[in-house]
Design a protein around this ligand. Sequence first.
Ligand code: AMP
Ligand code: MG
Length: 426
Amino acid sequence: MTVHKPAARAPLMSLDDALASLLGRVAPLSASENVATFEADRRVLAQDLVSALQVPPNDNSSMDGYAVRRADVTAPGVVLSVSQRIAAGHVAEPLRPGTCARIFTGAPMPEGADAVVMQEDTQDVGGDIHGVHINAVPQPGQWVRRAGEDVTRGAVVLSRGERLSPAGLGLAASLGLAHVPVVVRPRVALFSTGDELVMPGEVPPQDMKPGAIYNSNRFFLRALLQRLGCEVSDLGIVPDRLEATLAALKTAADHHDLILTSGGVSVGEEDHIKPAVQQLGSLDLWQIGMKPGKPFAYGSVNRDAGAGASAAQPCHFIGLPGNPVSSFVTFVLLVRPFLLKLQGAQTPRLKPVMLPAHFTVARADKRREFLRVRRNADGGLDLFPNQSSGVLTSAVWGDGLVDNPAGATIGYGDRVPYLSFAELLA
Ligand code: AMP
Ligand code: MG
């Protein structure tokens, strides 16, 4: 990777500074609720989960086989009579010396037994005698899962601020928790702006007027918000009139934690979102040194005095660029961490992996670029040929982004930082 000196131009805000500034303006929501563990996927824990028991609750077998006292298995081939049969969920009796117990995976170890011999290492004696040849001398504790080896009593199993994953739900359930305390869902009002926008289903493709396009941002933004645990009020396309915009922002501010819009934040654009937010609160328009996604707006909208407990604090406002890929990329890199912090989650640190580029970028850009790429079968990355910020196909074809520093070219085979969508969209 060769780094060239960027051309001198109007200074852009770095993405890192934009993120730090954004995160500096958000305080975690303090309210929490108990939700069914079944419903808690991706929610953020409001309290540590402390185990009231040990998991597993007692020593148990990790194999189908025979529980033995090792002292009785002096050599391979020893014959032991089978004195009991223990299935999972049943209670074992102490193991009589000189005998073994038929045991199944998950069944409690009988008192006195100190190892399990898997059934593949045994052979029925046959005839009328209920006994087996033990063909292998077991190691101490062989095929025994120890009580508490997963979780000890009193341990913090999942911490406050952790976002629950499917495995986390299972772990909470293993502690006997049918409900878990989580931070309330952020309430987000979503608007699209742009007179060219038409909702799919309203006008069939053959009847679209010249210049009209379908509103695509609304669909992925809503899905992205929902994945982050937000309660979304989708206010659709706000009519392009100042009064309507003011009214929509005012009502939304009272009942939401964030108003998110797309479109109309480019410099010099004539639209009503900017003056309306300025009139009702404050607005900063940022030019971020990233591609796609240069224009970005952060602001706040004051709440009505009657908005209850939340009236003292203004509602957050974020304006994303209208170009679909810009909107998508700024959401995952800026809005996602913002919403996670709002829920009290640890702010995610991006963990790029270095992978070889199976493409070249000959012309350096003065902005930090997030290239839509896809891992190939040879362990490298392919580049989507059209990196335009309007080409949403690139984000569907791709499975991640290459984070290419400002002013850097990429040679074939160079190792480049790759961020997977699996991580960015989780
Ligand atoms: P803007 O940021 O409003 O200047 O819009 C930049 C580009 O994105 C324009 O080509 C818009 O037509 C397009 N655009 C804005 N909003 C949307 C949307 N919701 N869905 C699809 N394209 C959009
Ligand atoms: Mg627009």
